[in-house]
Ligand binder design. Structure first.
Ligand code: MN
Length: 230
């Protein structure tokens, strides 16, 4: 006789995969901070290549393509951060940088939505970032494009428009830590698994959003995002 759950477990978070009906089951969401020099500078930090640092979002905070972003509670300053998202089909520990791209299933476009006011308070007090980064609906994301279709992008425009006006404009080639290096570094901190997503950092131009605004973003060759703040 198998044990039964005390209540129905929450559904497994998923992302659609472009060009197929199959769903990508999401395990964890890792995010890298300050991975574009111009964004590090705008946040008041040294853009030199210090070791990467990571935080996490909750997998059930994903917003699927076609859904809107509900303005969160407990903040007056929610910022957009447009990012390339890496989706892993296998994992491990101690992965060498030159082997890391072999773990990648594909790529998507995501928004690392951030309660900037709560993050500033947390930074000042030396507190953790979860309330700033891991809140409900904090991770809008596009469908995943399989790497076997698009390859492993190393350059290409990454951009975000608010109500049609460009706010963020960068290039994947500006990333301080490259995709393989990030995967390798993370795999020395956590056991990576199939289903893990990695948000790879944002270029300069982050700023606040307001209810009613239209957010459009993309990474050339990967995909686009299109949603409203409600
Ligand atoms: Mn970010």
């Amino acid at each position: 006789m198998s044990a039964s759950y005390m209540f129905t477990p929450a559904p497994i978070p998923v992302l659609p995969i472009s060009g197929t009906d199959a769903l990508f089951p999401v395990h964890r969401i890792y995010c890298v901070g300050r991975n574009y020099a111009d964004h590090a500078i705008e946040m008041g930090h040294d853009p030199n290549r210090e070791a990467p640092f990571f935080f996490q979002k909750n997998p059930d905070s994903l917003i699927l393509p076609g859904a809107d972003f509900p303005y969160p509670t407990a903040t007056r300053d929610v910022h957009h951060e447009i990012e390339l998202v890496v989706a892993l089909h296998s994992g491990g520990v101690g992965i060498a940088p030159q082997e890391a791209l072999g773990r990648v299933f594909g790529y998507a476009v995501g928004l690392d939505m951030t309660r900037r006011d709560l993050q500033a308070e947390a930074k000042k007090a030396g507190r953790p970032w979860e309330v700033a980064k891991a809140f409900d609906h904090a991770a809008p994301c596009s469908a995943i494009q399989p790497a076997e279709r698009i390859g492993h992008p190393q350059a290409g425009a990454i951009w975000l428009k608010v109500n049609g006006e460009t706010r963020q404009q960068g290039d994947l080639g500006q990333m301080i830590w490259k995709i393989g290096e990030m995967i390798s570094y993370l795999s020395n901190l956590f056991t990576l698994r199939a289903g893990d997503l990695i948000f790879t950092g944002t270029p300069a131009g982050v700023g606040p959003v307001e209810r009613g605004q239209h957010l459009q973003g993309g990474v050339d060759g990967v995909g686009t995002l299109d949603l409203r703040v409600i």
